[in-house]
Design a protein around this ligand. Structure first.
Ligand code: NAP
Length: 443
């Protein structure tokens, strides 16, 4: 049986689901090198999924099983840029990029760069202990915060801001974030949707969790809950059970008298300007109405709210990679079913293939399609055989292999055990490397 050497770049859900699919082949003896820029695998499961969502994180058991297969070789702490791609093209039959979407979108309004105006994705990476974000500071010294956008990331950010120390102290939130949030002054979070309740991007379990939070009064204005004529017509023409449930949940949400904190969900408003002397102090909102295409249109009506901090949570965005083609408007690498357009032996899966949407499981069929494209191209003789040995290029890197990751993993879990937490994350890259190395483990 001939062998098939594949490099998978990005050890998040898509990368691992692609590995799982590649391992199923009986046509080849497959060898997969799985790279990640971080010393840890699991991508957004570790650095994106909220720390109080441990059940979602339990998918790592499935990923760990995949990584234990002797045909998979993990190389953590290796960044793949142009140089690496050049040698990867020569060292593998195929290179699959599953690098996700690492940038965030900007609002493009005046005042967006003031201190106190942040990207929600940076905040998420910070509270989840991503080593590149551990030194970020977020001003949380004023009672009122705005979160722009109504996707699940916005819901996560609002929930983490209002959760309170007791709930967070049972999670694997980074210690620096646990400390900072303990002393934070935030009492009121305003989530701002530019369109109506029918168009909200969050999902029902996440909404329910927010509605049911203890000590938090969940508030919506009744006039904003009412569907506009175009949305009503769209809902009647194509009734959707999940949407109907969402509208029901929203209608049931009511003020909780005596609650210490407030969550205010606003619809049909867009931030137009962020103002402040040296930091965020005020936000001007424009009222919207929807047109027949269900897009938001400014009505000219204005409103101001005093805020101390604003998070834009309006979606992740992919970034260009080495000399590969890039579609900047969609933030993806153009591809056909995972095959990168105009390239031989280069593939994509996950958010860099289809854009930043869907839950973890959505990546499974997406990665399967790309892995099958690799296998079918290999069977069809369309891939160039490797001409170079990968080891000559890797020797200079301080790599973390699977055993190294497990040493770090065990260390974190052991540290958490005494305080009843799932783990205490190591957030310094140098310390991560230290704990993953054998010398530390045997000490
Ligand atoms: P998202 O679901 O795409 O939501 C983005 C939100 O930003 C939408 O409400 C969108 O509104 C709004 N928006 C975009 N541009 C805007 C602008 N210029 N002004 C105002 N609002 C704007 O993105 P996300 O929340 O980053 O989540 C990414 C993916 O991860 C999603 O598939 C999500 O479900 C998933 N995720 C899942 C979980 C979970 O399962 N618990 C947790 C976190 C993330 P419009 O609709 O009007 O464009």
């Amino acid at each position: 049986m001939s062998n098939l050497r594949v490099a998978v770049v990005g050890a998040g859900p898509s990368g691992l689901y692609a590995c799982e699919e590649l391992l199923k082949t009986t046509d080849f003896e497959v060898h997969v090198d799985l790279y990640d820029a971080l010393p840890t695998p699991y991508g957004l499961v570790r650095y994106g999924v909220a720390p109080d969502h441990q059940k979602i994180k339990s998918v790592t058991a499935v990923f760990e099983k995949i990584m234990r297969d002797p045909r998979i070789h993990f190389h953590g702490n290796v960044t793949v840029g142009q140089t690496e791609l050049d040698w990867m093209r020569q060292a593998y039959h195929a290179v699959l990029f599953t690098v996700g979407a690492q940038r965030d979108r900007k609002l493009g309004v005046p005042g967006e760069d003031l201190e106190g105006s942040y990207s929600a994705t940076d905040f998420v990476a910070w509270y989840n202990g991503h080593p590149d974000y551990k030194d970020r500071n977020f001003l949380l010294d004023q009672p009122r915060v705005a979160v722009v956008g109504v996707g699940n990331v916005a819901i996560d950010v609002a929930r983490i801001l209002l959760a309170g120390h007791e709930r967070l102290s049972k999670t694997d939130i980074a210690d620096h974030a646990l400390e900072a949030l303990k002393d934070c002054a935030v009492k009121e979070v305003h989530i701002l949707a530019r369109r109506g309740p029918l168009q909200a991007a969050f999902t029902n379990p996440e909404l329910r969790e927010l509605v049911e939070m203890e000590d938090v009064s969940f508030e919506i204005r009744s006039d904003e809950l009412e569907l506009d004529p175009f949305s009503r017509a769209a809902h009647q023409a194509e009734p959707d059970k999940a949407v109907a449930k969402r509208l029901e949940l929203l209608a049931q949400a009511s003020k909780r008298p005596g609650a210490e904190k407030r969550l205010v969900l606003r619809f049909l408003v867009s931030p137009l300007e962020i103002e402040g002397e040296n930091r965020v102090e005020k936000l001007t909102l424009g009222r919207n109405q929807l047109n027949e295409k269900l897009s938001a249109q400014d009505t000219g009506e204005r409103e101001q709210i005093e805020i101390g901090t604003i998070f834009r949570s309006i979606g992740y965005k992919g970034q260009p990679l080495a000399d590969l083609p890039f579609d900047d408007s969609k933030g993806i690498i153009p591809n056909q079913g995972g095959r990168v357009v105009g390239q031989t032996g280069v593939y994509v899966a996950g958010w860099i293939k289809r854009g930043p949407s869907g839950v973890i499981g959505t990546n499974k069929p997406c990665a399967k399609e790309s892995a099958q494209a690799i296998l079918s191209d290999a069977l069809g003789g369309r891939l160039k055989p490797p001409t170079r040995d990968v080891h000559e290029h890797l020797s200079g890197h301080h790599r973390v292999d699977f055993a190294g990751w497990k040493r770090l993993d065990d260390h974190e879990v052991n540290q958490g055990r005494d305080s009843g937490r799932p783990r205490i994350k190591v957030v310094e890259r140098a310390a991560m490397l230290k704990h993953s190395s054998e010398e530390v483990a045997t000490r």
